[in-house]
Design a binder for this molecule. Structure first.
Ligand code: 1BN
Ligand code: ZN
Length: 327
């Protein structure tokens, strides 16, 4: 090979290497999920990176992901979910926030299991409530750890608790960790799936608390290395558009650019009871959504930058959203 040809080859290889870095993640561990070497995914979009100097600490959030995942699957009623709950409560306690537990019977098709929603309350200048929610249970499957589906979103909420404990809030914020989101046999909510959110929405309707709730922001599946949110059409239109616009304002251009979908998620029981709600969900996890509900939903396929981007977006949307909600 001539020197010139070698140089061109080297340059091409370097360019390929750059192009194969999954966008949004600096620590590019491309793998097939079982550690058997690189299997790069070509990016379809330009890189999206967390903002420099943002308050939301993605490293701290990602430590929570690692801690939650370390115990394997965290199915409703399981000892592992009990330990995950203790971890979450300890973290919330250390932020000095008020924690309440909502106990319920999770009546699944194959039997009843104890379900527990965790509610952290951060009082604001006004009694009206903004709920930010995520589920912390996982599917019950052999070798499943639920890094994205059951860890990234509750980890985001824990870091949010820390950040909000440092701020004075215009309205009350409740961070809700939903239990029993996942189905046992087959997705058929509220018989099989969405049991925790259904219970809490109904409880708050009965007690009158729901009248204070102005909106619910749900986060789910937000740690994909190839972060790209769908326009979720069950969500309340103005609230969905608010987040799309806010993402643009914050420089997260193209964050919502993976087309439209409808997802039955933990926001549905609140929507059904008249609460404005949005589901911030990246429902395209891995090639053809292959990692979703699979053993490939592990730490190799999530990254702190994606959690950071959504954490930053949610944290820095609270004040402008409260202004709209309190008008
Ligand atoms: C989200 C994560 N969901 C389950 N795990 C809800 C869902 C169910 C999303 C069916 C899409 C289809
Ligand atoms: Zn799931």
């Amino acid at each position: 090979m001539t020197r010139r040809r070698a140089l061109i080859c080297g340059l091409l290889l370097a360019l390929c290497g750059l192009a194969l870095t999954p966008y949004g993640c600096s620590d590019a561990i491309n793998s097939n999920g079982n550690g058997n070497g690189p299997q790069p995914r070509p990016p379809q979009r330009p890189k999206l990176l967390p903002r420099e100097g943002m308050a939301f600490r993605m490293d701290a959030a990602f430590e929570h992901v690692v801690a939650l995942v370390s115990d394997g699957a965290r199915t409703t009623g399981s000892p592992a979910l009990h330990r995950a709950r203790s971890y979450i409560i300890d973290e919330l306690d250390s932020c000095g926030v008020q924690v309440d537990l909502d106990f319920f019977d999770a009546n699944y098709p194959r039997g009843t299991r104890p379900g527990i929603n965790i509610i952290a309350t951060l009082p604001g200048a006004r009694p009206e409530v903004l709920v930010i929610g995520a589920h912390y249970d996982t599917k019950d499957m052999p070798d499943f750890v639920g890094a994205n589906d059951g860890a990234t979103a509750p980890a985001l909420l824990i870091e949010l608790a820390y950040q909000l404990s440092l701020r004075s809030l215009p309205m009350t914020v409740k961070l809700v960790f939903f239990d029993a989101e996942e189905a046992e046999v087959g997705w058929d909510p509220p018989r099989d799936g969405l049991l925790g959110s259904t219970h809490l929405a109904e409880l708050w309707r009965k007690t009158g608390e729901l009248e204070n709730v102005r909106a619910l922001v749900l986060v789910d599946l937000i740690g994909d290395r190839d972060l790209n949110l769908k326009t979720e059409l069950n969500s309340t239109g103005w609230l969905r558009r608010f987040f799309e616009q806010r993402a643009d304002e914050m420089g997260y251009l193209g964050l919502f650019s993976d087309g439209e979908t409808r997802v039955d998620d933990d926001h549905i029981p609140f929507l059904k009871r008249g609460v404005a709600a949005v589901d911030l969900i990246d429902f395209n996890y891995g090639p053809e959504n292959r990692y979703w509900h699979s053993v490939e939903d592990n730490l190799t396929n999530v990254c702190k930058e994606s959690v950071g981007i959504i954490g930053d977006l949610v944290l820095e949307s609270i004040d402008p959203l409260a202004e709209k909600l309190l008008r």
